[in-house]
Design a protein around this ligand. Structure first.
Ligand SMILES: Nc1nc2c(c(=O)[nH]1)N[C@H]1C(S)=C(S)[C@@H](COP(=O)(O)OP(=O)(O)OC[C@H]3O[C@@H](n4cnc5c(=O)[nH]c(N)nc54)[C@H](O)[C@@H]3O)O[C@H]1N2
Ligand SMILES: Nc1nc2c(c(=O)[nH]1)N[C@H]1C(S)=C(S)[C@@H](COP(=O)(O)OP(=O)(O)OC[C@H]3O[C@@H](n4cnc5c(=O)[nH]c(N)nc54)[C@H](O)[C@@H]3O)O[C@H]1N2
Ligand code: SF4
Ligand SMILES: [Mo]
Length: 902
């Protein structure tokens, strides 16, 4: 952790303010109340503490400065993907911190970065390839793994691929990926195609696709936003907690203190998050009801005349005709060249969305909704509506995403100073095209779903029930969780062989019990992971993956502070990462290989031995070192060194615009003259985001059908009609099939949809609310000691425990006390954990983190490895539900539970 972590002081500063708010007696708490702390320390104790902290930091810095060497890489502990530096001595990583060369976050990082050390040196890592010897598969069934060599492992995998090719059944191959670097093009983008399968399935729809849905169908960008917090006057957070989760945490964690001094903040959340504890306003929404808050805020912004005239337009007579309950004559409003359809939005949806109506839906006081909407509207072009996963990874959540994002359009903060914006362009190279290496047999396999079964791939994307309208295309996106049902139903094909890498779908997908069944059904499965996870438990061959931050090449990017950086992952434990021999012989803690590049290369070698050369031809002919011109096999005979040379060539090709002065890159802050110079810096900084450049009034264009910001989405209309045409039906039929309420034109505007919730209230009285733990490195830090030790850094959480938190009102009623062992049950399943009474939980809800409940993964992650979970995995109680328009899985506002004392 670097010195700039000032969160605890932030916490202490906010020790005032316990104010009752809503009619259900729910308290609005300052941070001290939230954490249950008594009064904060006095200023003089703080000053003393900080000088002793300074001394300690100085001593630590002194040691670090005189030890080892700092080498650059990237942390992928979460999707912030921060550029990092690692202190390495004698091949051992000692310390990690943010990379000062990054103009996104500089030397800052977040506390999770340090957990990388406990991951890479975890004694429970998979240390070498293994083979299953028990043919029976199931959650409680011991796979009876035995160690094998890389040669034996790749031989078996290649045999299976050859069998599919010989039987002309390559469509029965599937590949699943979770986290990745952009070298994924090799294993994920190319390998399945060359083998002959349409089935490359990503985790994106279990992550946050619905969040991109709103921005795409209003302003034509399928992407996460960044936020100009340094210049913002008001920040409205929807289930985003950027000092804990979300994206670019290292940047926001550092910028938050100043931002709180300068800007108003409001948080829409069903539980007291870290950001809510520090905010001016906490709108404690009933889970799943965000659409009501967003549409009511839009209503207030219009009725109060707070919309931005330059971005939206004005009434021809200068009067405000947006009056609650009344339609507006479209002729009266002259819309600006920047936006489209505000009057249709008002007439079809907003005119009746009063704060009083929203109070009924959300239990947030109408006057609070009104106050926040006004404050937001008054901040105008420097107001941010920041949409996280909480309000959108819900049933029907795509429309919430549109509604909450559209507030940025109303106030003209889109791409503006102090507003939400995207990443400036960067221009990494595309890796070589595999098309010339796809033979007829493979092409037949890829085309198989065209004439068989449901949808375009094993996840049934593009079928009538799963539009997954990424970027406007029917089946354009993934439906991650439905791949389990595709496998179980053998529709559109049976899956005979599965390679799973860097994911843990048997843990991370809602109603994960289905994945246990699906994985048990696949006759031949390969898992490439660092840990023996729940998913790995079903593997026939288990391959040990490298740790991304310390042991391999890769590239990702981070975005914030108006910039984007291109960040490199390096095998930093080797003295010379460019030397394949050094990396293979000295650069790994165990006998591990990178999933994305080395393993596909080694498989290609084995396939070529068996007579199928296309994959190896692709790698050898297209991936020459751009500096020396050498192919992997020109350098080495040994296949492990060749595989590593291939990995190095791939990363050099991908990033050539960044480091090669002879290859053009977009104008950026950096202009490196060599590969080594780039590696030394560890990241490439883009130019700054140019405010308002996408506005038509400034000569730009939004990526929508009209080229404008669409409050009535012609872009969504086209996409839905396209999907309906594909299934010879109309849009209303699609909406009904996909469980949406809107009909007709209403489907094309941001609007309120009532969430449907699984479980009858009489039997399951509490709403389940979950959030990611601060120390989750996605699903991957569960076997680290610090994960448990610091669990109490989340408001209301308890170190070394997995607690479910109850409001005192509910706890009293149920007779539940701190420390009680409890069972939480839904219609889908049940989990066990410990109770905690906490005012930060809304009455009627139970709040728990996502992250624990592993029955595998390591001796610390599980109570008894392979047998008994430690804590509870929420995915055992979430039912399988979707926001079908985006294909997203649902983990928020979806399920009622009951609670029993054990
Ligand atoms: N209920 C609930 N479910 C959720 C979420 C939630 O908040 N609540 N969050 C969702 C989100 S946002 C996401 S992104 C997904 C993530 O879910 P997944 O994509 O399934 O990924 P993880 O669970 O993080 O597990 C990754 C696996 O990769 C392996 N691994 C770790 N490091 C490396 C590495 O460097 N290389 C390789 N090859 N393998 C590695 C580990 O063995 C681990 O089992 O989960 C989703 N699921
Ligand atoms: N610490 C940490 N940070 C991470 C990750 C991690 O594992 N750990 N993972 C990274 C990944 S892969 C992703 S995709 C991002 C996701 O980051 P975000 O998109 O910001 O989403 P989540 O972290 O899933 O947060 C969900 C939030 O929504 C709240 N919530 C729950 N129900 C509702 C509801 O009905 N309405 C509203 N408004 N809010 C609700 C929860 O309390 C929680 O604060 O985070 C990244 N950052
Ligand atoms: S914010 Fe995420 S990527 Fe950045 S240092 Fe923390 S865990 Fe790593
Ligand atoms: Mo995610």
């Amino acid at each position: 952790m670097s010195q700039s972590h000032s969160e605890s002081t932030d916490d202490e500063r906010e020790s005032d303010g316990v104010m009752p708010t809503d009619r259900r007696g729910f308290l609005k708490l300052g941070a001290a109340g939230a954490t249950g702390a008594a009064l904060g320390p006095s200023l003089s104790t703080l000053a003393e503490a900080s000088s002793s902290v300074d001394d300690a930091v100085a001593a630590r810095t002194e040691i670090a400065d005189n030890t080892g060497e700092w080498r650059k890489s990237t942390c992928q502990g979460c999707t912030s993907w921060c550029s990092s530096q690692i202190l390495v001595e004698d091949g051992r990583a000692l310390k990690v911190q943010g990379n000062e060369h990054s103009l996104v976050h500089g030397n800052n990082d977040c506390p999770r970065m340090d957990l990388g050390l406990q991951q890479v040196y975890d004694p429970d890592r998979i240390t070498q390839p293994m083979k299953r010897t028990n043919s029976e598969k199931g959650p409680q069934v011991d796979p009876e793994f035995v160690p094998i060599t890389w040669d034996e492992a790749m031989e078996e995998i290649a045999d299976k691929v050859m069998e599919l090719r010989e039987n002309e059944e390559t469509h029965k191959f599937a590949l699943t990926r979770g986290r990745y670097t952009y070298l994924r093009h090799v294993i994920y983008g190319s390998m399945p195609k060359i083998i002959g399968s349409p089935n490359n399935i990503s985790h994106s729809a279990s992550c946050a696709e619905a969040e991109k849905f709103g921005p795409y169908y209003t302003e034509g960008k399928w992407s996460y936003r960044q936020y100009d917090v340094n210049n913002a006057d008001y920040v409205l957070l929807w289930g985003a907690d950027p000092i804990v989760t979300n994206r670019s945490v290292s940047h926001y964690i550092n910028a938050w203190g100043d931002m709180l001094d300068n800007a108003g903040t409001a948080v829409v959340e069903p539980r007291l998050s870290a950001a809510a504890a520090k905010a001016d306003e906490f709108l404690a929404v009933d889970p799943g009801e965000d659409g009501a808050v967003a549409t009511a805020m839009a209503h207030v912004i219009l009725t109060e005349g707070l919309w931005n005239r330059d971005f939206v337009g004005e009434f021809t007579d200068g009067e405000n005709h947006f009056v609650a309950g009344e339609e507006v004559d479209a002729e009266l409003f002259e819309e600006s060249e920047n936006s489209y359809g505000v009057v249709k939005w008002w007439n079809r949806e907003l005119k009746d969305r009063t704060p009083d109506w929203a109070e009924e839906k959300t239990s947030i006081p109408a006057d609070q909704i009104e106050r926040v909407a006004k404050d937001f509207g008054e901040a105008g072009t420097s107001a941010i509506s920041w949409v996280g996963g909480g309000p959108v990874m819900q049933v029907r959540g795509g429309y919430n995403s549109m509604a909450a994002h559209a507030l940025n359009g109303l106030v003209g903060s889109v791409g503006n100073e102090g507003g939400p914006m995207y990443a400036p362009s960067t221009g990494e190279a595309s890796l070589p095209d595999p098309s010339p290496y796809i033979d007829d047999l493979a092409q037949d396999g890829i085309d198989y779903p065209k004439d068989h079964g449901k949808g375009d791939k094993i996840d049934q994307r593009g079928s009538k029930e799963f539009p997954a309208l990424k970027k406007g295309k029917s089946g354009g996106g993934v439906v991650t969780n439905n791949a389990a049902d595709g496998i179980l139903e053998e529709d559109p094909m049976e899956i005979e062989m599965l390679i799973s890498y860097w994911n843990n779908f048997a843990f991370s997908n809602p109603e994960c019990q289905r994945w246990e069944e699906a994985l048990a059904k696949v006759p031949f499965m390969v898992s490439i992971e660092t840990h023996a996870s729940e998913t790995a438990h079903f593997a026939d061959i288990l391959l040990p993956g490298t740790h991304h931050q310390f042991e391999r090449w890769g590239q990702v990017k981070s975005t914030g502070n108006r910039r984007r950086t291109i960040n490199v992952n390096q095998p930093v434990l080797a003295d010379d990462p460019n030397d394949p021999e050094d990396v293979v012989d000295n650069g790994r803690v165990w006998n591990v290989k990178s999933s994305e590049v080395e393993i596909p290369y080694m498989l290609a070698v084995k396939l070529a031995d068996k007579g199928f050369t296309n994959l190896l031809d692709f790698f050898e002919e297209e991936f020459h070192d751009p500096e020396t011109g050498l192919a992997p096999s020109d350098e080495y005979d040994d296949w492990e060194y060749r595989a590593q040379a291939f990995a190095r060539n791939a990363i050099k090709l991908r990033l050539q615009p960044m480091w090669d002065p002879d290859v053009d890159a977009p104008e950026g802050a950096d202009d490196f003259s060599s590969w080594d110079e780039f590696l030394e810096a560890g990241c490439w900084n883009s130019a700054e985001w140019d405010y308002r450049h996408r506005w038509p009034s400034e000569g730009g264009e939004f990526g929508t059908k009209t080229g404008k910001f669409e409050f009535y989405s012609k872009t969504l209309k086209k996409a839905l009609e396209g999907h309906a045409d594909r299934h010879d039906t109309d849009v209303d039929d699609i909406l009904e099939t996909c469980k949406y309420q809107a009909r007709g034109e209403d489907a094309f505007i941001p609007h309120y949809e009532e969430p449907y919730i699984t479980g009858e209230e009489s039997e399951y009285p509490l709403m389940f609310v979950e959030h990611k733990a601060r120390y989750n490195r996605e699903g991957r830090s569960a076997n680290t000691a610090w994960y448990y030790e610091f669990k109490d850094s989340d408001p209301g959480d308890v170190a070394n425990e997995d607690v479910a938190r109850f409001n005192p009102v509910d706890a009293d009623e149920m007779g539940i006390e701190d420390g009680d062992e409890i069972r939480i049950e839904s219609t889908t399943g049940e989990i066990e954990c410990t109770a905690k009474v906490w005012e930060g939980a809304k009455p009627g809800t139970v709040v728990k983190t996502y992250g624990q409940g592993h029955w595998a993964y390591g001796h610390r992650a599980s109570e008894e490895f392979g047998e008994e979970p430690r804590g509870g995995n929420p995915n055992r109680i979430h039912p399988v539900e979707y926001d079908r328009l985006s294909g997203s899985s649902v983990t928020y506002g979806d399920v009622r539970v009951n609670v029993e004392k054990l």
